[in-house]
Design a protein around this ligand. Structure first.
Ligand code: ADP
Ligand code: MG
Length: 271
């Protein structure tokens, strides 16, 4: 549960040191996503709910990072800060080295359009469009010709094993198939950052596994930063790195093959 507090939130710590200089593990590449001391609260009636509390993380390319934690602990909020959808109350979010707080609303929209892809629990497909049209649509916003958009859409659908459903509409597809179309839509523009919010929570074990395998493959073969948030415990063993979150804070950070609890990129506040 998020922490409820009557006051606004703790005062900001001074200074905004770049976390890369404090990375304890030298072999890691530069982080592609960073949260540096971010806090976020929402007003609910007269009570302010402190959702994130001075949270700092660094996320790296070419791996599937999972943020795992119970419902309501602030996962989606954190994702929205890292993707520029919302601004933190304090601290800062960086994506591909850009301080999102320094960008205008328009620049953030452009950044999101060009560099980010999203996959949601509810698929968010248009009922009237075929699978191929769903994938083509955002490519049009990028100014890509309809012929090239069609080619890329077919390629993306092929990538997720959905070529045979290219002309089907959402009502004709299973949940797993819908999610694969949604992933193809996110991948067609080859984003450097792929965000997934509970991508398997509406799926059975087999389809959930299929979706995670695709996300994992995208990270490994394309070097994409794949950041997935979920309360689905089935995902934990399929992620390259798992950050566990509770009460708006990161409690654990480990990579497959490392002992649990061993820090793998959480930025520790200096004493
Ligand atoms: N826009 C908002 N307005 C008010 N409360 C919000 C808003 N967004 C999230 N919250 C609250 O913040 C808490 C964390 O939400 P969320 O980040 O969605 O958690 P999770 O994704 O881990 O389930 C919840 O108590 C939720 O009700
Ligand atoms: Mg959520």
């Amino acid at each position: 549960m998020p922490i409820q507090t009557a006051s606004l939130h703790a005062p900001a710590k001074t200074g905004s040191r770049h976390p890369a200089s404090r990375q304890p593990v030298a072999r890691l590449p530069a982080p592609s996503l960073e949260a540096v001391g971010v806090s976020k609260s929402f007003l609910s009636g007269v009570v302010r709910i402190q959702v994130l509390q001075r949270l700092s993380i660094a996320v790296f390319p070419a791996e599937l990072t999972l943020i795992s934690g119970p419902s309501g602990c602030g996962k989606s909020t954190l994702l929205s800060l890292l993707s520029g959808l919302q601004a933190p109350d304090e601290g800062e979010a960086l994506a591909l080295g850009q301080r999102l707080g320094n960008l205008s609303k328009r620049a953030i929209e452009r950044f999101r359009l060009h560099h980010t892809g999203f996959v949601f629990q509810g698929f968010n497909l248009f009922p009237a469009l075929t699978a191929c049209e769903q994938v083509e649509l955002p490519l049009g916003y990028l100014g890509i010709s309809s012929r090239e958009a069609r080619r890329r859409a077919r390629e993306a659908l092929d990538d997720v094993g959905m070529t045979h459903r290219a002309d089907w509409r959402p009502a004709q597809l299973s949940g797993g198939e819908k999610q694969r179309v949604a992933i193809a839509r996110a991948l067609a523009k080859a984003p450097q950052l792929l965000f997934a919010d509970e991508p398997t929570s509406a799926l059975d074990a087999t389809n959930g596994q299929n979706v995670v395998d695709i996300l994992h493959r995208v990270a490994r073969t394309r070097g994409t930063t794949v950041l997935c948030v979920s309360h689905d415990p089935r995902l934990v063993r399929h992620a390259d790195r798992v950050l566990t979150m509770e009460d708006g804070m990161i409690r654990g950070d480990w990579r497959q093959g490392e002992a649990q609890g061993q820090a793998a990129g959480v930025i520790k506040e200096e004493e």
